[in-house]
Design a protein around this ligand. Sequence first.
Ligand SMILES: NC(=O)C1=CN([C@@H]2O[C@H](COP(=O)(O)OP(=O)(O)OC[C@H]3O[C@@H](n4cnc5c(N)ncnc54)[C@H](OP(=O)(O)O)[C@@H]3O)[C@@H](O)[C@H]2O)[C@@H](O)CC1
Ligand SMILES: Nc1ncnc2c1ncn2[C@@H]1O[C@H](COP(=O)(O)OP(=O)(O)OP(=O)(O)O)[C@@H](O)[C@H]1O
Ligand SMILES: [Mg+2]
Length: 370
Amino acid sequence: MAAGPVWVAAGACRRGKSDTGLAGMAPLAGAGAVLAGAAAVALLSAALVLRELPLDAVLQRAFSLHKAHSIKDMENTLQLVRNIIPPQTSKKHKGQDGRIGVIGGCQEYTGAPYFAAISALKVGADLSHVFCTREAAPVIKSYSPELIVHPVLDSPGAVHDVEEWLPRLHALVVGPGLGRDDTLLENVKGILEAAKARDIPVVIDADGLWLIAQHPALIQGYRKAVLTPNHVEFSRLSEAVLREPGNGSDREAVWRLSQALGNVTVVRKGEQDVLSDGEQVLECAQEGSSRRCGGQGDLLSGALGVLVHWALLAGPEKTNGCSPLLLAAVGACSLTRQCSHQAFQKHGRSTTTTDMIAEVGPAFHRLFEA
Ligand SMILES: NC(=O)C1=CN([C@@H]2O[C@H](COP(=O)(O)OP(=O)(O)OC[C@H]3O[C@@H](n4cnc5c(N)ncnc54)[C@H](OP(=O)(O)O)[C@@H]3O)[C@@H](O)[C@H]2O)[C@@H](O)CC1
Ligand SMILES: Nc1ncnc2c1ncn2[C@@H]1O[C@H](COP(=O)(O)OP(=O)(O)OP(=O)(O)O)[C@@H](O)[C@H]1O
Ligand SMILES: [Mg+2]
């Protein structure tokens, strides 16, 4: 089996809540690691409840206590990601493995929504829709016959036009190539409200995060939302929500932002990805590449849209009580970095996101099926 992601986990995944916020341990391999992880999280939870230790001291202790077990946790976490992947059988019909909608695509940016939507298909969704502006539609359609492209995002009835499709969609990816036009952002506000009303999970990235920084209440407390900020987007969000610049590379800042947003899952991308649902903090340092071409975050957001659907569908017995969105984010982060790593080995300095998307199949197999 390929070396999995290098994880430093504040605590292994756990089964539901009890009075300490922890409950029965995962009956999985590496139980020792799970116990250590649980101890770390219990320590964190207890300290937070008692407010006796400053959080950073608790986090440091949690992480140091846990470092020794991170390999076991890493295997444990990766196994949990594998658990949520639906089997491929002849008994399924088109759409059952996922129908994903990407909300984004405007005159300036047509690549980002394409990258997100095609990545969702390559990960294993059956159908991938893009809801973009009228002028972006023919361009995105020209990239790929596999995508179903709706030129509605700047129409007067944009919210209604998208809302009509929501009953047929399992998850939305909001923001790739959206741009910051006020009318479009206003339409996306309505689309987010409609998605929440239907309990549809949403991945929010790129200019979708620009919108959230202006109106955090849009997703406050919506635990089926995952935010995927890069460094700059994280600072904007942290400034808007916590009134502090937020050093995105430290775990506490990510944990705080998730907490402040009501346990919305936050994935702060970077040299290491830091992930938190406001209860646990995970880090992914899966070897990626030193190539920083645009579009890699779009690959991640598209992959995440599918994995979120699968994780929620799998149910707690498969996720062992771990947050399904956090697990899905772990999977998407490690997959994106593995794609980057594999593509860079072949193309070096000339690697593009298109090359990375071509690696989704082999990278997925290597991480989750081999
Ligand atoms: N082919 C396409 O269609 C693509 C379209 N895309 C779409 O573009 C839209 C805007 O996206 P964006 O990422 O440029 O965001 P934005 O906040 O304007 O950046 C402002 C400043 O932040 C910095 N900076 C940027 N990234 C950083 C990072 N990772 N880590 C650290 N710093 C970073 C950098 O600052 P500088 O280096 O200039 O000082 C930059 O100038 C969005 O809708 C997206 O989906 C992209 O997905 C790519 C492919
Ligand atoms: N310094 C780094 N070293 C290794 N991997 C990195 C580094 N910075 C980011 N990554 C990885 O690159 C991917 C995209 O992260 P990035 O911060 O570029 O997102 P983004 O700016 O939203 O990308 P996009 O251009 O699609 O908008 C993620 O998988 C992240 O883990
Ligand atoms: Mg981005």
